[in-house]
Every structure is written in structure tokens, then in C-alpha cells.
Ligand binder design. Structure first.
Ligand code: ZN
Length: 206
């Protein structure tokens, strides 16, 4: 594989690793540390655009875990309330930088005496994945939207790692071919000649 091919292959691997890692984190990562706690009585900006008929955001918290940051905003998080719930959950995943985001917007109407119907209206950006069954079932969202700086940084980092590995493999293969009397570039039998009859490369003498 030539240098251009190796760069192209490394870029492909770096991109797939960046997206794949974000999706694994979206499925597995747990935000464990509360970094912005709830402040009663405050009013916030919704962390993502919401329909014009939604009320103001009055509850906002932010969590952090390894490779994940989660913003949870709502008009009313307290489930004991008689109000319907409007909520936005925005996850940013990726390591070392946050590279992709998913946004869940949910409206849970009341069905009567303060009971929130499960079949609320949910929409947002991301691929909805249902996991588990019964009362333990929950949903994960695979993010689809890249964040320009973080995505480019992670792709560049993983591309460089992949390029290093591909270069080591190429060097190892060339030296093994030289060792057994084959052309270092294409593997053709040199039969004692220095110039390869197949690809024309001038090989170093053994
Ligand atoms: Zn050759």
C-alpha cells in the first residue's frame, strides 16, 4: 500500500473509530458526577431548540462521566407535580473530546390524577434504541450530529494512531519480503536481481 493509500485507509479507520466510540459511549457510559446542580426558582435557556408553545425552562442540571456529558432541562422535573412534563436531554459523547451529540425532547401529558402517561411525545436527533424489557426497559440514543471541533480532533488523533500501526505493518512486511528474496514493494520473486521484473522497484541488496 502506497503512502496515499495508507493515509486514506488510516482516515477511514480514524473516522469509523470516532463514530463507533461515540455510539459505544452512548450505550454504555454513565454520567456520574453532578457538575451543575439544580437551583430552585431560576429560569434557563433550553439547551436545544424547542417548539414555540413550550413553557420556559425552570429546571436545569448538568452531569459528567467518562466520555459523556449530559444536560437535563425541564419545565417541571418533579414527577409528583400535577403539571405535564416538558423535558430536553442533550448528551455529548466522545473521548478525549466530546465529538457527537444527541438531543431528546419529550412531552409527557397527564392522564388524570397526576399520573404521567408513558406514551408521551418524544422527538430529537439520534437513533432510538430500546434496551431491556418490561419495567426495566429504557431507551438509548445513538448520536448522529458531529460537533465540529471535537469530531475533527478525535478523527485526527485516531487517524494518526491508525497510520502509525499501518506504517509498522508495511515496514514489517517489506523487511520480511526482503529477507526471503522477494521485492519489498510487491512480493514478486527477485531471483537474485535488484530491479523487480513485476513492478520495477529497485530493491536494496540483502
Ligand atoms: Zn515488485
Amino acid at each position: 500500500m502506497g503512502l496515499i493509500g495508507r493515509i486514506a485507509a488510516a482516515t477511514l479507520v480514524g473516522t469509523v473509530m470516532t463514530v463507533g466510540q461515540c455510539w459505544l459511549l452512548a450505550l454504555q457510559a454513565v454520567p456520574t458526577t453532578l457538575t451543575v446542580p439544580f437551583v430552585p426558582g431560576a429560569t434557563y435557556q433550553w439547551p436545544a431548540p424547542v417548539p414555540a408553545n413550550w413553557p420556559a425552562c425552570r429546571e436545569y442540571v448538568r452531569w459528567r462521566g467518562v466520555g459523556m456529558e449530559r444536560e437535563q432541562a425541564s419545565e417541571q422535573m418533579a414527577l409528583s407535580s400535577r403539571l405535564p412534563v416538558y423535558s430536553v436531554t442533550r448528551d455529548v459523547v466522545g473521548w478525549p473530546m466530546g465529538a457527537m451529540e444527541s438531543v431528546r425532547r419529550e412531552y409527557l401529558p397527564l392522564s388524570g390524577a397526576g399520573v404521567i402517561r408513558a406514551e408521551g411525545v418524544g422527538f430529537g436527533s439520534g437513533i432510538r434504541v430500546r434496551r431491556g424489557s418490561g419495567p426495566a426497559a429504557f431507551e438509548s440514543f445513538l448520536p448522529l450530529r458531529p460537533l465540529a471541533v471535537g469530531f475533527a480532533f478525535n478523527v485526527l488523533l485516531y487517524t494518526m494512531v491508525a497510520f502509525g500501526v499501518l506504517t509498522m505493518v508495511a515496514r514489517w512486511r517489506a523487511s520480511r519480503r526482503r529477507h526471503v528474496g522477494q521485492c519489498a514493494a510487491c512480493g514478486y520473486e527477485l531471483a537474485g536481481l535488484r530491479t523487480c521484473a513485476e513492478c520495477g522497484k529497485v530493491n536494496e541488496p540483502r
